[in-house]
Design a protein around this ligand. Structure first.
Ligand code: SF4
Ligand code: SF4
Length: 463
């Protein structure tokens, strides 16, 4: 029997009947707008004076022809991926006490550090799990993460040597314990290295990143950057707060001069009170972030040397084609618990590092419980089933599949529910508008990492 839909011709008009619903997005250009079909993340840039014709003709036909492939691509990205990475905290302790840290202070002061044996046991569990779930010799990523993983240096390096055929390793460190011997070991074992620096001067950088006695480590971190800038698997994270937001354009010059190739300018997460207190205002953040992107482009045009701002590049890549993303914060459900998960020094398993220390999001314990069951536990489901369509006002937002309303941990802390928009909503809007302007000018290449056109299954979070 014919369905009601079969009885009627396919509509050639937008926004009525069976026609697609298109939103018109102002992108800050006089002569062009973006037209977006939000459910499928389908979009086109249209000359403002040709909008009427586009909405009743060629654009509709183009959408109808490509609708099914867009639907499948989004479906796979949102629901079809398996975990392929772990954020692994070998210690709860840190030698630093950064003002905005998302981990509880008591843990960082006096917490547990894994022995080499405990770390080896945990990696054995993880290796066995991934051998079952990942096919075709695909190696999972394992990123040693913080607190400060190099406080467990002996155990971490022993784990890297023992399991080098089983994982692609990375380490995220504050760089203060990265001596020449450690750098040589990590490079020899092709370990990805991410470090943190918050400003281009000691005075500003040491305001938020300091040890338990209040001393910063700017000079030491810069020395490490100078040693590592040419290493291909190296990146720097700058956490953006109200204290350093105005330094972002200068930060671009600072990194570019030193030959750094990839940075992230991550707005501070508001999951803990310290981060919330330092949150930059959205309009100020948007302004300086866009100025920093402008500066990165100017330097690239003048020198041919690219500085990729990865958390912008990811949004741009996600617009150009959903599977181009590498970070999984700006899609919903986010990558937490479904593309990767986090293991604490106690062996507790959380959907993402951002949830470590929040007992209600502990899925179980790696040493005592079955990992597949942990990944299906209700704390994990709360995160893996969170959809942007269920959130007001995100459900009516044209860019909901370019933004994803992150981060559930942060939003839960700020709003008391995960079903709320991001505290950085306006900032995400501006990033998407900037990305459409880049596309309108044909400049994607200048902002994206080399090889961005190749599809990848690598997925990360940004904490
Ligand atoms: S957080 Fe804001 S920009 Fe992101 S989807 Fe929700 S309403 Fe849209
Ligand atoms: S940082 Fe937040 S948004 Fe990103 S993957 Fe983790 S939980 Fe999800």
């Amino acid at each position: 029997m014919d369905t009601a839909r079969d009885l009627y011709p396919t509509s050639l008009y937008a926004n009525t009947g069976y026609g697609p619903s298109f939103a018109v997005l102002e992108i800050g250009l006089e002569d062009q707008v973006a037209v977006v079909e939000p459910d499928h993340a389908f979009w086109a840039l249209v000359r403002s004076d040709a909008l009427e014709a586009a909405l009743s003709g060629v654009l509709i036909r183009d959408f109808q022809e490509r609708q099914e492939s867009f639907r499948q691509e989004m479906e796979n990205l949102r629901y079809g991926l398996k975990p392929s990475a772990v954020y692994f905290n070998p210690t709860e302790r840190c030698n630093f006490n950064c003002s905005y840290c998302y981990l509880p202070e008591a843990m960082r002061r006096d917490g547990k550090t894994m022995t080499a044996e405990e770390l080896g046991d945990a990696l054995t569990h993880l290796r066995d799990y991934f051998r079952e779930t990942l096919s075709g010799g695909f190696k999972p990523q394992l990123i040693f993460h913080g607190s400060e993983p190099l406080l467990a240096r002996e155990a971490v390096f022993a784990g890297i040597e023992r399991f080098q055929n089983d994982f692609i390793f990375g380490i995220q460190t504050n760089a203060t314990l990265l001596d020449d011997e450690a750098i040589a070991f990590l490079k020899d074992h092709e370990v990805g290295i991410g470090i943190s620096l918050d400003a281009p001067t000691a005075e500003a950088a040491n305001l938020t990143r300091k040890n338990w006695h209040g001393a910063g480590a700017f000079d030491q971190v810069v020395r490490v950057i100078d040693k590592l800038a040419s290493y291909s698997a190296f990146n720097v994270i700058t956490t953006v707060t109200q204290k350093n937001v105005h330094t972002l354009p200068a930060m671009v010059d600072f990194y570019h001069e030193r030959g750094v190739r990839t940075v992230m300018f991550n707005p501070v997460r508001c999951t803990q009170a310290g981060g919330l207190q330092l949150k930059p205002a959205n309009d100020v953040l948007s302004d300086y972030f866009c100025r920093a992107l402008d500066r990165a482009y100017e330097l690239y045009a003048a020198t041919g040397q690219k500085l990729v701002v990865a958390n912008f590049a990811n949004i741009l890549a996600g617009i150009v084609g959903p599977t181009g993303r590498r970070l999984m914060c700006d899609i919903s459900p986010c990558g937490g618990g479904r593309c990767f998960f986090a293991v604490s020094a106690q062996g507790d398993v959380f959907p993402c590092s951002e949830f470590i220390g929040l007992e209600e999001f502990r899925g179980g314990n790696l040493y005592r419980e079955d990992l597949p069951a942990i990944l299906k536990s209700s704390p994990f489901q709360r995160v893996t089933e969170r959809k942007v369509e269920a959130i007001v006002p995100c459900r009516g937002c044209a860019i909901r599949h370019f933004c994803g309303a992150p981060c559930p941990a942060e939003i839960n802390a700020v709003s008391g529910t995960m079903d709320a928009p991001s505290p950085y909503c306006q900032f995400y809007e501006e990033k998407v508008r900037y990305a459409f302007r880049v596309i309108a000018r044909g400049l994607e290449e200048a902002y994206l990492w080399d090889g961005w056109e190749e599809e990848t299954e690598e997925t990360f979070c940004w904490v």
